[in-house]
Write a protein that binds this ligand. Sequence first.
Ligand code: ADP
Ligand code: MG
Length: 397
Amino acid sequence: MKNTGLDKILGRIEDLDSVNLGILVQRLARERKMQETVFNTIHDGILVIDTDGVVQYANDAACGMIGLKKSDVGVVRLWKMVPDLARSLNAEEVNSRQKAKPVLSRELELSYPEHRFVRLYMVPIDTHVGHDDSGGYVVVLSDVTEEKVSMEEMIENERTSSIVRLAAGVAHELGNPLNSLTIHLQLIERKLRKLGLGAEGEKLSESLRVCQGEVDRLDAIITHFLEAVRPREPELNELDLLELVEEVLRVQEVELSDRKLDVNVEVSHSLPTILGDRGQIKQVFFNIIKNAMEAMAPGGHIRILTRSDDDYVYLQFIDTGSGISDEDLSKVFQAYYTTKREGHGLGMMIVQRIMRDHGGQIGIESRKGIGTIITLQFPQQHRRTRLLESSSGMTKK
Ligand code: ADP
Ligand code: MG
């Protein structure tokens, strides 16, 4: 909208007589009405909140999604309407000391007024919002309930569809010949060295190394594919998350030091245990730390922070890597999305799947060139037990 004419008039507002002032007010009211109409026709929820979280504007869709009344605008804090959001944001407070506020992206499960899945984007703005001058956020809420349900259905279909089962079977069968290839390539390599063929031998060795490289690549493709199409039911045990983090870090120790990266696990108090599948949770940590390593240059570091409240345990992985642009952030969880030459693009999808299977959530926020923060939210054991009890109660009925 072109506002330069309006700006000019506003600049000379003291010179206006009452007639012109009236016209101006009418014009402003018309423009406001039009903008409101536009915002109210949008399906996405749009909110503006000030730095205290008080909702200063909400379009119709936003009101419907979070059960906000028009009379709540200017009074109610967004955190109060969406407590889950408050929880996942609190986890970030730890690093909100950084000057520039990051763009946040979260997937939230709302239970009021309806059960919905909502994707939330929070973009900081520095124009005057509310009663002070400290800026605020524009919050965009997209209803992804259908998308999510159909995604889950799709996975469900995929899981049972014969073609995927066939592919998984074939992939699994490929494991044995690949192993055998590896063994024989090693035998040839050893023989070759014994024969001492000089430069010719070197050339052959090089070819063998290429073969082995390709065999390894095939093996990795198959492993990742199988993990993605054959998710197992988690086998629940009482887990100490920090102990698992340490275990995973030990596995990755060599790669970390080769890449000249360091890791700090910052623990201030003991963490409550959770119920989870040991192997799957380790896979989550492994994939996240691996991505962080791959995003960083030598000298980079990873911080791992922990926190808990009455219901959840939070783990944050903060890296000083390349970061992800706002438009790519939403693609990170898609199958086969990768920006790496040797990437499979399944790691984060698997992480998300495992977190969901555990009744948990994953949040990601990132700034290009600065780094990425991954937040994991695990329900605490008592909460999870309650959930399990209530769902098994339901099936019995
Ligand atoms: P892959 O690692 O095989 O590419 P993933 O599913 O693990 O697949 O990740 C998908 C993409 O998300 C990566 O290619 C990368 O572009 C981006 N990504 C994930 N984690 C990070 C991170 N910590 N820093 C920067 N980019 C990341
Ligand atoms: Mg990865």
